[in-house]
Design a protein. Structure first.
Length: 294
């Protein structure tokens, strides 16, 4: 239960700020009690009206939103944690049995958990997560650093962003099989050549990358060699879901560069992923974003 002082502070927030508090609370307490009573108290809303307020604001019911977030984590566990049993994944998603989990998963994605694990259909899956969520105030702390030249092994993705997870799966398989870029001791990067919101889906281009110590030989996965050049880079740390990375990137391009009179180098924006979902919750993901400067 919140203190009276906390309630007083929340009462002075505007409607969008209160809703942002609710979304943030959900992300940080996904495995806890997220009843109407709890969430309405977070935002100091009446519990009798909160469900309708949430649905009208987000375009999706509170129950469905919570279930989709839990099924999102379960989806990644099914594909990227093959050693984890369906039973454990079901329980982790707060389902009482594999049967109830399977029914909900099939209803949401038209695949059973086992079918999704063996051959995930990522594009229709991604469509289920095209809802907007508000963010609270974010402190944009940009640093200019000297980044060293870094040799990277790259799987080039060209095509709809909805198919990007297929490329990520393929690159992870190369990483595990080749052992040339162990995830525990090598940097993991993503080079963003285009913005999926403003690019024809067929032309979307993104490199999935892992740091290597030496050049990679020709291989069956199509992984090639590239280099992140040494130089001056603007770096900003993003905490939270990768779905919200574009907001931080837009700040760099549309505000920080202009305010600081900086000019861009001829190299794409890139991300360094310091931890990974579903090993950590989405709200705890840490991603450094880099822009090369002249």
């Amino acid at each position: 239960m919140k203190s009276k002082n906390m309630n007083a502070k929340v009462q002075h927030l505007n409607y969008q700020q209160k809703m942002a508090l609710v979304y943030s609370y959900i992300e940080q307490h996904l495995d806890d009690d997220l009843s109407l009573e709890v969430l309405s108290e977070v935002a100091c809303f009446s519990k009798f009206h909160f469900h309708r307020q949430f649905s009208e604001y987000s375009g999706i019911s509170l129950y469905k939103y919570l279930q989709l977030l839990r099924l999102k984590r379960a989806s990644y566990q099914l594909v990227f944690n093959p050693q984890q049993s369906v039973l454990d994944i079901a329980l982790d998603a707060t389902f009482s049995s594999p049967e109830s989990f399977s029914r909900a998963f099939k209803k949401a994605f038209s695949q059973t958990p086992s079918e999704f694990r063996n051959k995930p259909l990522w594009e229709p899956w991604l469509e289920k997560y095209q809802f907007n969520t508000p963010r609270g105030a974010v402190q944009m702390d940009v640093k200019i650093i000297d980044f060293p030249e870094t040799l990277i092994a790259v799987l080039e993705h060209i095509g709809p962003v909805g198919q990007l997870n297929y490329s990520i799966e393929k690159f992870i398989d190369w990483r595990k099989q080749s052992k040339l870029s162990p995830v525990a001791s090598s940097g993991t990067y993503g080079l963003a050549y285009t913005d999926p919101k403003t690019t024809n889906p067929a032309d979307f281009r993104f490199d999935v990358c892992g740091e290597v110590k030496q050049a990679v030989a020709e291989n069956a996965w199509g992984v090639v060699n590239k280099v992140i050049p040494a130089g001056r880079y603007a770096c900003i740390r993003h905490i939270g879901s990768h779905d919200q990375l574009d907001e931080t990137v837009c700040y760099l391009y549309n505000q920080w560069l202009i305010e600081n009179n900086q000019r861009l180098a001829d190299f794409p924006c890139f991300f360094q992923y310091l931890n990974f979902f579903p090993e950590v919750s989405e709200h705890a993901l840490i991603t450094d974003i880099y822009l090369g400067l002249q």
